[in-house]
Design a protein. Structure first.
Length: 419
């Protein structure tokens, strides 16, 4: 695919709106996160980051992998049988709502036990109040997947920008007034706002669909289950890594890693969001040569779109550390390993979308679970054996294992492509 062909392609148009929306929306979210960190300090920000990651981890599991599965099926049914779309979307949203509500109730009931495990009983009330975010985050994930299947990337971009503005304003105002509790409140309210905007756009699509068809629910759930396990493994590793970091060191190291992770998330969020774009196009495309050209093009785009901003962040790391304040000493080295990890992670996301489109979800899950277990082992080894600092050890372990994962994905892709 030449540069001219790429620029005039539907993929480029969809990617442009996705990148624009997320660059503005998530940029504001990170800026708000920096201000929250400076207002709360390293220790309290570490508690906030751990609590947020715990709830978002559970929320990701509660989607049952339907976010990405919905993109695949909506894209296919739009081409082959539109009569099944309404039934498909209705079932996906109902399952997401039911399962996420069940998980949210579980978190609410056992919040005190979770808080004890997090070594801070005062987090009990925060866990109870924010358990509702599990529902809205799960619904948002499924909604985004459905909208991607419809290729409504321009509308999604507007939603991301508005959500970013909402999150930025609420985070600053509520944290300044109520501190830690205000930051949690802003997290909840901004998630509800995002979900409401997605619902508004999606309702327009549902209004014109045929309601007589019946989608094959069992096959959808069968395909989504290994995807759910894959997403859950990634989130559990991040959460367990934070817990391991806390047990081996302190909340300060968790705070350092949380701050660096925010920057990595911004760099990686564009490739992650484009994952729905790529998945939608890979699932629709039936020509093998065109399919592979698209795949290789996206790998190159992903690598450049993460390497360049990662380098800029690393070069500016001393200035960034000063914005956070004196308590965040040592952030520069953690930023370096976390940011460059995104380069390999972004390429991994392309392989993941490719294997999903070929229905090789269990293979991708096996690769993912191997990587995640090794990351946890690496954290412990770097801290206890090599006596490295906790946050840097977690970032370095992730960097090494994501590199190994790319090698494994390349090997299996070449084997599959010969079939």
């Amino acid at each position: 695919m030449t540069v001219k062909e790429l620029i005039h392609s539907k993929l480029f148009h969809d990617s442009f709106w996705t990148i624009l929306g997320n660059a503005l929306g998530k940029g504001l979210t990170v800026l708000g996160g920096i201000i929250i960190a400076s207002l709360l300090g390293k220790e309290i920000f570490g508690e906030y980051g751990l609590l947020r990651n715990t709830l978002l981890l559970i929320a990701i599991f509660s989607t049952m992998g339907l976010g990405y599965t919905s993109t695949i099926y909506v894209a296919k049914y739009r081409q082959n049988d539109e009569s099944l779309l309404y039934s498909l979307i209705n079932n996906i949203l109902k399952i997401t709502l039911a399962f996420s509500t069940l998980i949210a109730l579980f978190v609410f009931i056992f919040s005190s036990h979770i808080a004890i495990y997090l070594e801070d009983v005062s987090l009990t009330i925060g866990l109870q109040c924010l358990s509702i975010i599990i529902i809205f985050n799960a619904l948002t994930s499924s909604q985004i997947g459905i909208l991607a299947g419809f290729k409504l990337f321009k509308e999604t971009a507007y939603i991301n920008i508005l959500s970013g503005i909402c999150n930025f304003i609420l985070s600053i105002c509520l944290t300044y007034i109520w501190g830690f509790n205000g930051a949690l409140g802003a997290l909840l309210l901004s998630q509800i706002f995002n979900c409401a905007l997605n619902h508004y756009i999606l309702r327009k699509q549902l209004a014109v669909l045929n309601r007589n068809g019946k989608a094959p629910l069992k096959s959808i759930l069968r395909q989504s289950f290994p995807i759910a396990l894959q997403e859950m493994s990634l989130s559990i590793t991040h959460w367990l890594g934070s817990i391991l970091l806390l047990k081996l060191t302190n909340y300060g190291e968790v705070g350092l890693y949380s701050a660096a992770s925010q920057w990595a998330a911004v760099i990686l969020f564009i490739p992650i969001t484009l994952r729905n774009v790529v998945l939608s196009h890979l699932s629709s495309d039936q020509n093998k040569e065109q399919h592979n050209r698209l795949l290789y093009s996206m790998m190159g785009i992903y690598a450049l779109s993460t390497f360049i901003p990662s380098t800029l962040v690393v070069l500016s790391s001393n200035c960034i550390t000063q914005f956070y304040g004196e308590t965040f000493y040592g952030l520069s080295s953690v930023l370096a390993v976390c940011c460059y990890t995104t380069v390999f992670n972004s390429i991994y996301n392309v392989f993941s979308s490719e294997f999903m489109s070929r229905n090789r979800n269990w293979l991708m899950y096996a690769i993912t679970i191997f990587r995640d277990i090794c990351i946890l082992i690496g954290i412990y080894t770097f801290v206890e054996v090599f006596k490295m600092t906790g946050a840097f050890s977690m970032g370095l372990s992730a960097l090494c294992m994501n590199f190994v994962t790319i090698i494994a994905c390349t090997y299996f892709f070449k084997r599959i492509n010969k079939e």
